[in-house]
Design a protein around this ligand. Structure first.
Ligand SMILES: Cc1cc2nc3c(=O)[nH]c(=O)nc-3n(C[C@H](O)[C@H](O)[C@H](O)COP(=O)(O)OP(=O)(O)OC[C@H]3O[C@@H](n4cnc5c(N)ncnc54)[C@H](O)[C@@H]3O)c2cc1C
Length: 324
C-alpha cells in the first residue's frame, strides 16, 4: 500500500469544478504528512487541456481517456477507478461530496471492499487510520468517524468545507488508455440540462449583502436592495427567507443552498448557524450585523457590528452616499 493521496478531479461541460481545487489542496497537505504524493485523477474524453490545468496542483496527474467516460456514467467510472485502485493501491481517494460522488463513492468502495466515509467537513490521517469530522443532527454536533486505510479508503468532502489554495506543484502527466470489457448500456447519457440559475447567479458575485430572519418583514427587503445597489452588490439570504417566499431558492446561501466566495459578504440579521456558514465562510471579508453579541456569525466574521440592523443599514447607506 502506498501513502499516496488520490483526488478525483470533477469537471463539467469542459470546466473544472471548484471543489476539485479544495480536495487537491487538502490532498497536498495530507500527502506531505504521510510522505506520499498528491495524485490528481481525471476521467473523460478529450481532456488533455483539463489534465494539463491540474499540473500545478499535484505531483502527478493521471488521466484516463475513453469515449465512454465523456459524460459521468457511474458504472464506467467505477470500472476505470477500480482498475486504477487495484493496480496502484493508493492510501486514500478523496472526492467532492457532489452528485457524482453520491453515486460513485459508496458503490466503488463496495466493489473494492474498502471503507468509505461520505459528507465530511474535514479529515486527518494518523498512522494507517483516517479520522473524519462530519456535521450531524442538523449541524448541532460534529461527529468523528474513523477507519483503517491499510487497504485503501475513500472520503467525500462537502464543497466549501476547506479553502482552495494555489497549487505550487509541477506534476507530471500520465495518460492511461483504458478499454472496457463490459458494456453498461442499461443507463445512457441523453443530454446535459443546465440548471436554471435564477435571474442572478450569487456564486459569481463579488459583493453580497445577505439577509436573515432579523429582517422581520418582506417589505424591509427594499432597504437592503438599495444598500446592495449602492455598492454594486447582490442580495442573498439565509434559508428562512426562502422558506417565507421572500427570495427565490437561487439566492439561498448554505449547505442546502449555494456556496459563495465573494470578496465581501455582509451578513445582516443572520445568526450564523452551521448550515449557513458552510456556504459563505470562505468569503474574503465577512462583516456581520447582529443585535446579539453572542450570535455565532461573529465567530466567522472579520468585522462585527453589534446593533439593531434597522439603525445600522440606513447609516451605512448614508455613509456610502457620502463617499460617492
Ligand atoms: C438540513 C438543513 C439544511 C439547512 N440548510 C440551510 C442553508 O443552506 N442555509 C441557511 O441559511 N440555513 C440552512 N438551514 C437552517 C439553519 O439551521 C438555520 O435555521 C438558519 O440558517 C437560520 O437563519 P437566520 O440566521 O436567518 O435566522 P435566525 O437563526 O432566527 O437568526 C436571526 C438573527 O437575526 C438577529 N436579529 C434579529 N433582529 C435583529 C435586528 N433588529 N438587528 C440585528 N440583528 C437582528 C438575531 O439576533 C438572530 O441572530 C438548514 C437546516 C437544516 C436542518
Amino acid at each position: 500500500m502506498s501513502k499516496d493521496i488520490y483526488a478525483l478531479a470533477e469537471h463539467r461541460q469542459g470546466e473544472m469544478r471548484d471543489v476539485t481545487f479544495e480536495i487537491l489542496t487538502k490532498a497536498k497537505i495530507l500527502a506531505k504528512e504521510t510522505g506520499g504524493s498528491t495524485v490528481a485523477v481525471i476521467l473523460g474524453s478529450g481532456i488533455d487541456n483539463l489534465a494539463e490545468s491540474l499540473k500545478s496542483y499535484a505531483d502527478k496527474v493521471v488521466y484516463i481517456e475513453n469515449d465512454k467516460l465523456g459524460h459521468f456514467h457511474s458504472e464506467y467510472y467505477q470500472e476505470a477507478l477500480k482498475s486504477l485502485f487495484e493496480e496502484r493501491k493508493p492510501f486514500l481517494m478523496v472526492m467532492g461530496h457532489t452528485s457524482v460522488a453520491y453515486e460513485l463513492a459508496p458503490s466503488l468502495a463496495l466493489k473494492l471492499d474498502i471503507p468509505v466515509i461520505t459528507g465530511c467537513i474535514d479529515f486527518r490521517i494518523d498512522g494507517s487510520s483516517v479520522y473524519s469530522v462530519n456535521s450531524v443532527y442538523g449541524g448541532k454536533v460534529n461527529a468523528e468517524y474513523s477507519f483503517n486505510s491499510e487497504n485503501g479508503g475513500i472520503v467525500t468532502i462537502l464543497a466549501g468545507s476547506m479553502p482552495a489554495e494555489e497549487g505550487g506543484l509541477s506534476g507530471e502527466l500520465e495518460k492511461v488508455s483504458f478499454s472496457f470489457d463490459l458494456e453498461f448500456e442499461d443507463k445512457i447519457f441523453l443530454q446535459f440540462v443546465e440548471a436554471v440559475a435564477g435571474e442572478i447567479d450569487i456564486t459569481q458575485a463579488e459583493k453580497i449583502i445577505s439577509i436573515g430572519r432579523g429582517i422581520k418583514e418582506e417589505e424591509n427587503l427594499a432597504m437592503i436592495q438599495e444598500l446592495a445597489d449602492s455598492i454594486g452588490g447582490v442580495v442573498a439570504c439565509s434559508r428562512p427567507i426562502v422558506d417565507a417566499g421572500w427570495l427565490p431558492k437561487s439566492r439561498q446561501v448554505g449547505s442546502s443552498g449555494k456556496t459563495v466566495k465573494p470578496k465581501l459578504y455582509i451578513a445582516i440579521g443572520i445568526s450564523g448557524d452551521f448550515q449557513h456558514l458552510m456556504g459563505m465562510r470562505n468569503a474574503d471579508t465577512i462583516i456581520a450585523i447582529n443585535k446579539d453579541p453572542n450570535a455565532p456569525i461573529f465567530g466567522a466574521a472579520d468585522y462585527g457590528i453589534v446593533d439593531d440592523l434597522f439603525k445600522v443599514v440606513p447609516a451605512l447607506k448614508d455613509k456610502v452616499a457620502e463617499l460617492k
